[in-house]
Design a protein around this ligand. Structure first.
Ligand SMILES: [Zn+2]
Ligand SMILES: [Zn+2]
Length: 267
């Protein structure tokens, strides 16, 4: 299927970019349920998930998705009406679309790292980001459970990026679903990647669920959203991360592995 065909199919199935995102979330959740035995063998922390935490994550997910959608809608309409946002009209070859996607990937990764570091500053953490860190052992719903202010910050990035860089519609067809998939992937609480992941030059730059899981356990390290690049540049990777990753993979490889540690929020 051509990229144009894929875009048409996505548009027919979902209608708007926000419903694209919701659709990906539903598909990921269904996969998680259908392949439960596969995931159960790869659980990072075996901590309890009570009704109060579920309620908290459900309420803040709804508020954050609403805030994010409203921000995207408002900025999208405003920038388009001002003539500041348009899509490229040149032929959408696969390598051009992938290049545009790569620019977005790197730009959002840097934006996320920078804003995430700010979110961990004293009062900002307590008043805003602590909402997300209520889960010390993340699960797919944690992917959306933020203070709505963070929904505004995250949602605002895409329209501003599209105003700054003219991309093809087809690139947007990749960006939206990828964004929501990555958020659910790093919060899924299960490690699927092989033991060599952080040892090879080709793969060690891309985060896996345990990388972000440790951020929820330890708070002051592993801030990256898509890659480990900025954590490595600024020295914020947990010093024992690679050893811990090896230990986790060894534990998961053993039958009937005992549960991992449960973190407590220090703030
Ligand atoms: Zn954080
Ligand atoms: Zn998180």
């Amino acid at each position: 299927m051509s990229l144009e065909g894929l875009e048409r199919l996505l548009t027919r199935m979902a209608g708007t970019i926000v419903s694209h995102w919701v659709m990906v979330a539903i598909v990921c959740a269904l996969l998680f349920v259908v392949f439960r035995p596969f995931f159960r063998r790869r659980k990072i922390q075996d901590s309890p998930y009570g009704a109060s935490l579920f309620r908290h994550e459900l309420i803040f997910s709804a508020l954050t998705l609403g805030a994010s959608a409203a921000t995207i809608g408002f900025l999208w309409g405003t920038l388009r009406r001002a003539g500041l946002m348009s899509f490229a009209s040149t032929p959408a070859t696969w390598y051009v679309v992938l290049g545009e996607f790569a620019v977005y990937f790197l730009a959002f990764d840097l934006y996320f790292y920078a804003t995430h570091r700010v979110m961990h500053l004293g009062p900002v953490y307590r008043w805003v980001h602590k909402t997300h860190h209520r889960s010390t052992a993340p699960n797919p719903l944690t992917a959306f459970s933020f203070n709505p202010l963070e929904g505004v910050l995250a949602g605002g990035f895409l329209p501003v990026f599209l105003a700054a860089f003219e991309v093809h519609r087809e690139a947007l067809g990749l960006i939206g679903p990828f964004q929501i998939f990555m958020s659910m992937y790093v919060h899924c609480g299960h490690e699927m990647m092989p033991a060599w992941w952080y040892r090879t030059r080709a793969t060690r730059w891309f985060i896996t669920p345990m990388f972000h899981d440790q951020h929820h356990q330890l708070y002051r390290c592993n801030y990256g959203g898509f890659t480990t690049i900025w954590d490595r540049v600024f020295g914020t990777v947990n010093p024992s991360f690679e050893r811990d990753f090896d230990a986790l993979k060894a534990r998961l490889a053993r039958p009937a592995a005992p549960a991992g540690p449960v973190a407590t929020d220090p703030a």
